[in-house]
Design a protein around this ligand. Structure first.
Ligand code: TRP
Length: 336
């Protein structure tokens, strides 16, 4: 176990996971679970930074997220899946790190900046929201994670985490904190079903991992394609065409897909043919996920127990890091 690299990653429990999450991060987690020591965190405290008045929504999504994780094949025997607030040491670390980060730096974080605009927080910004990148640095460093599989929008968080790590180690002349590296998707970011740049709940352009066959079929059939591909015989564009982008991400028959792309570009292939292929490909991908979900849905107590035990295991690791951190800062007053 000791020569395995450590992964820490997670998601806010604010909604169901979709294909964009899968391509951005979940796929790498599934692939890397055997070769790495992986911690997967349900970030309830981070979710509360912009849902303070709605803890019930956060609570309801904890089980949902747990089900999403288990259904995609993350094995609870080899991964530590836990809820952020089960590990209070993360908050201690956050408090210490906050003194190493300026408000100006947080305001410059591009993801935070975009989210402040999206959420209309310009006039009344919750302090907890502004500082969530520091809490995220605590999440990652508490486990001394070297690898963080994340989508594109999280890259500024990795950068800011590493700044905290360097600043901490330099200020306290230590090497207790470890720098991390993002693990990025091989396909990049998945665009929405409407062809917009990002798949996102608020844009209503998602396909969820928990969608039924009917829903998937309906969503694919109404997907955007190349707007200039009007008649079957017209040449069509493959880049930026969401149906082809999804096929590139999910179709295992690369040769067949290459052939279809060539024929589509030449003209003579209708959108319905391409969409039917995508429905088949997605059904093949989603069927085992649905089957596992149906099993775990029957036993929610078992899922919650996995999260509880994960929390206990995660806590032991974070407690040790907190000890190391206090020692490095020379504030371990009782030498414990
Ligand atoms: N910010 C991530 C999201 O919105 C969730 C998250 C919290 C996270 N802490 C993390 C991701 C640490 C990776 C590493 O989904």
């Amino acid at each position: 176990m000791n020569d395995k690299k450590t992964i820490l990653t997670g998601d806010r429990p604010t909604g169901k996971l979709h294909l964009g999450h899968y391509i951005g991060s979940l796929e790498n987690r599934v692939k890397m679970q055997h070769e790495c020591n992986q911690f997967i965190m349900i970030a309830d405290m981070q979710a509360l930074t912009d849902n303070a008045e709605n803890p019930q929504k956060v609570r309801d999504n904890i089980l949902e997220l747990g089900l999403d994780y288990l259904s995609i094949g993350l094995d609870p025997k080899i991964n530590t899946i836990f809820i952020q607030s089960s590990v209070p040491e993360l908050s201690d670390l956050t408090m210490f790190y906050l003194n190493l980060v300026t408000v100006a730096r947080l305001q410059r974080n591009p993801t935070v900046k975009t989210e402040i605009a999206q959420k209309g927080f310009e006039k009344s910004l919750p302090a907890g929201f502004l500082i969530y990148p520091v809490s995220q640095a605590a999440d990652i460093t508490a486990f001394k994670a070297q690898l963080v599989p994340v989508g594109e929008d999280q890259l500024p968080m990795i950068e800011q985490t590493n700044e905290v790590v360097r600043r901490f180690n330099h200020t306290y002349n230590s090497n207790v904190l470890v720098e991390c590296e993002a693990v990025r998707s091989s396909v990049g970011r998945l665009i929405g079903t409407d062809g917009k740049s990002k798949m996102s709940k608020s844009l209503n352009n998602t396909i969820y991992l928990s969608d039924s066959s009917e829903e998937v079929k309906k969503k694919v059939m109404s997907m955007m394609t190349d707007p200039n591909h009007l008649r079957v015989e017209d040449p069509g564009k493959v880049e930026g065409n969401p149906v082809f982008e999804y096929l590139t991400a999910f179709d295992k028959d690369k040769e067949g897909l290459g052939d279809l792309k060539t024929r589509y570009q030449k003209g003579g292939v209708g959108d319905v043919e391409v969409k039917k292929r995508l429905i088949e490909v997605l059904e093949e991908f989603l069927t085992p996920i649905r089957e596992r979900r149906a099993e775990f849905e029957k036993k929610p107590e078992e899922v919650m127990n996995i999260l509880k035990e994960g929390g206990q295991k995660a806590r032991l690791v974070a407690q040790q890091t907190l000890k190391d951190v206090r020692k490095a800062m020379n504030i371990n007053y009782f030498n414990d």
